[in-house]
Design a protein around this ligand. Structure first.
Ligand code: SF4
Length: 458
């Protein structure tokens, strides 16, 4: 998949021994959620903090980790903001890190400025810090976020009492707790826990405030949640395939989404193809699901070049496209004269999938049929995932109204996209088949990318 970029990953650990190395590894396991900035804060009576521009393994040194002393701490990876943010206040020294987006940040900043507050960089996390600090204590401050903030936040706050973790009342972004003997952790994704041998305990509930300390984790407050709105995009693309989010394995979700695409082909008369293949890496689970349901042979057609990564981040679209080309090379032996079902998670601009279709045809593929796990992307995200602007969404160029109201409209769009990306056919999951494949009630999901409805406006 192209152009959709993640936002942030949060990790926190309370231990009985030095924690910096484990936090380093924890955020390294969340690197797929944000590649521009990373940072760690630890506590040993006072807070120590180091942040970097760049990826975790390329920036932190052993010497830096040795300076991050203490047995509790938080870490962060981000696409947008340098975090954690350390603050000295009447509540003592605290450090904060969050994943999400504040839709009304500008209004909140202007309102606070009018009351004499100063802002360093007007980061989202600065707004969160100031709202918390204005309250009398941390728990009231965190609870106050739900009244002031429109948007999404999964948050960790490092204090002298332990780590407070919370999820907004809709539960947009994931946050999961784990425990193992003397270690208690919180993470944006379960894979960071699993890989540190910390047992998964449970998800933080929407609107719940949890304190993690030497006694484990305790729910200290539960705010009213008007409804759940878990980001459906997490299962289709954002989260790592080895994670489990709100009780649903990402791998299972992707397999079901691919199976649903195969079922549609079977229901519509069957697709005669020789192989089903993924666009690596995010298309792998979908392609396996398609293969399982259809019986069509699974075959890799691109080699993923694991050494193509760079030690610095890529800031322009052109640079990212060049890197995408370096990352995937065609496997000609697997392709020649084949009719290929090519699975991907979504189509954003359409430029990268068109390049892939062209490369396969140039290498001798007879037909390329593109199957897309997500419904057509019609709206940008307001809740912390960079899905680009309206103008950049390919489907929006065809369907200006933004909403697909019938199967005929979906099929017309698919035919147009197929011509644009030079594929022999294109099919998406509809919103209905997408939700049904996830197996989560529609009202518990955010689907704003596809239906334009903000759950916070309900
Ligand atoms: S708008 Fe899309 S990416 Fe954003 S939270 Fe909702 S489903 Fe997820």
């Amino acid at each position: 998949m192209e152009s959709v970029r993640d936002n942030c990953g949060v990790f926190g650990l309370y231990s009985n021994s030095a924690c910096a190395q484990d936090i380093y590894e924890g955020i390294d396991f969340l690197q797929h959620r944000g590649q521009e900035y990373c940072g760690i804060s630890t506590f040993d009576g006072k807070i120590h903090q180091i942040t970097h521009y760049g990826k975790v393994s390329n920036t932190f040194t052993d010497q830096e980790l040795s300076l991050l002393t203490g047995t509790s701490g938080i870490g962060h990876v981000s696409l947008w903001e340098r975090q954690p943010l350390m603050w000295q206040s009447k509540l003592g020294e605290i450090a904060l890190a969050f994943s999400g987006n504040i839709i009304n940040a500008h209004e909140l900043i202007e309102e606070m400025k009018s009351r004499g507050q100063a802002f360093y960089r007007s980061y989202n996390i600065e707004v969160i810090a100031k709202i918390i600090i204005e309250a009398g204590d941390i728990v009231s401050g965190i609870a106050g976020l739900s009244k002031k903030i429109k948007g999404a936040y999964s948050l960790a706050v490092l204090t002298d009492r332990g780590i407070y973790a919370t999820r907004d009342v809709y539960g947009f972004r994931p946050l999961i707790l784990g425990q193992n003997g003397h270690q208690c952790a919180v993470s944006s994704e379960s894979r960071a826990l699993q890989n540190l041998n910390i047992n998964i305990a449970r998800d933080v509930r929407p609107g719940e405030i949890v304190l993690i300390d030497g006694q484990g984790f305790h729910s200290v407050k539960q705010l009213d949640s008007p409804r759940k709105a878990h980001c459906a995009f997490e299962w289709a693309y954002t989260a790592s395939v080895d994670s489990v989010i709100d009780g649903l394995y990402v791998q299972e979700a992707r397999s079901n989404l691919g199976g649903s695409l195969a079922q549609r082909d079977m229901d519509e008369g069957g697709l005669i193809a020789d192989i089903v293949a993924p666009v690596p890496m995010s298309g792998v689970g979908h392609a396996l699901g398609y293969h399982k349901r259809s019986g069509i042979q699974y075959q890799e057609v691109f080699l993923y070049n694991r050494y193509a990564d760079r030690s610095y981040t890529l800031s322009t679209q052109q640079a990212r496209e060049k890197m995408a080309k370096r990352k995937l090379s065609v496997l000609p032996y697997a392709i020649e004269k084949k009719r290929i079902v090519l699975c991907d998670d979504s189509i954003v601009r359409g430029t990268q999938i068109r390049n892939k279709v062209r490369e396969l045809k140039k290498a001798g593929a007879r037909e390329v049929h593109v199957r897309v796990a997500c419904p057509p992307l019609m709206y940008p995200c307001d809740f912390g995932v960079s899905t680009r602007s309206y103008e950049e969404l390919a489907a929006r160029h065809f369907l200006k109204s933004g909403n697909i109201t019938s199967m005929k409209e979906l099929k017309d769009l698919e035919a147009w996209i197929a011509r644009e990306i030079e594929a022999d056919s294109v099919k998406y999951n509809s919103i209905e088949t997408f939700v049904s494949a996830l197996g989560i009630p529609q009202n518990d999901l955010c689907l704003k990318c596809w239906d334009g409805l903000r759950p916070t406006d309900d």
